[in-house]
Design a protein around this ligand. Sequence first.
Ligand code: ZN
Ligand code: ZN
Length: 408
Amino acid sequence: MLTGKTLCDFAELALKIGVNLQKGQGLEIVCPTEKSDVAEAIALKAYEIGAKIVRVRWENDKTDRINYLHADKDALCEVPKWYVDSKNYLLKNDFCYIAIAAEDPSAFKDVPEERLAAVAKARGKKLKKYFDEVMANGIRWCVISVPTEDWAKQVFPNRENPVEKLSEAIEKTMRLDKKDPVKEWRKHIEKLNVHAQFLNDANFEYLHFENSKGTDLYVGLAIDHVWISAEEKAKDGVPFVANMPTEEVFTAPHNKKIDGVVKSALPLCYNGQIIDDFSLTFKKGRIVDFSAAKGYGLLKNLINTDSGTKSLGEVALIGKNSPIAQSKILFYNTLFDENASCHIAIGQGYPTTVKNGENLSAKEKKEKGLNDSIEHVDFMIGTPDLKVTGITFDGKQIPVFRNGEWVI
Ligand code: ZN
Ligand code: ZN
């Protein structure tokens, strides 16, 4: 269970490997109210490392749901200035932040989709500047997860002690079962770097994804794209790991060079609701058709958010033998599920995934094919039989994945 020494190690990982908290720096923790023990452990450890101040932003799915259901719609969509200011405050004052993602995957299942979409859109618009800075590594951040009752019940329905089971699974994927988790993470980061290096050297023009589910998709890569793995450098030059766990190597697609059909491999949990068994058809980088056996309306709202949600901002490769994939658990949480399977993201591309991207103007980023949006939603496309072939600018075809695993 995430208590005692394990919780202490967990806090240390998030601070030392995750945000890489520096002496004298401020830290914000975004934490569900029911997990205050985790925020406490992180705060204590942070001061041990030398934090200047630790501030906690409390969240609660259940009161959020009540608001979604009953609040006046205009008031619900209003994003107060103090809220926007409180986010920008982090940037201005050189804070880093740790977000604890532990939502109940169906917390908002009875909320009308259009209310969820309206709030997401309003928030996205008002926080665009902040969001752009986060995406450009203007702040060091890290997302981690801890089990909550409602989430665990969805992952392990009809099982005894679901929280304990989910806790065990998270500890394994976080390498907390190892003697020295920080050291294990350093080794893991090195291993991922090898794959990123290979892809950067190859400088493919396209990746071709194929599987027996019907995926047949060409994803062109952005001009001057850079493949990134676990560890990134923030604008201040300090390395950090944004997602823990992470198994992915990812880059930016070219948003005018995506063609073909892609089928989802796992359900997507979006805005507290589930989209499943869906497919997207692309032509010249735009989604021109889509279908979903479950959550069609949600998918439609997502795609219609803005012009950037009709294209892709990320393509990520993960082998089927990664510890998360091996666990064979469907977590209903993108942090874990996206690390079990190759994925692509609808919406915003990371400026860091093109050379010198943090310093490019909006026009320059557009010319590279980097997608711009207020959304960034990952969904899983990797199956055990997935084939990925890299295509070079002179037409050479090089196998990257066969049967769902790296071949390099
Ligand atoms: Zn990703
Ligand atoms: Zn992503």
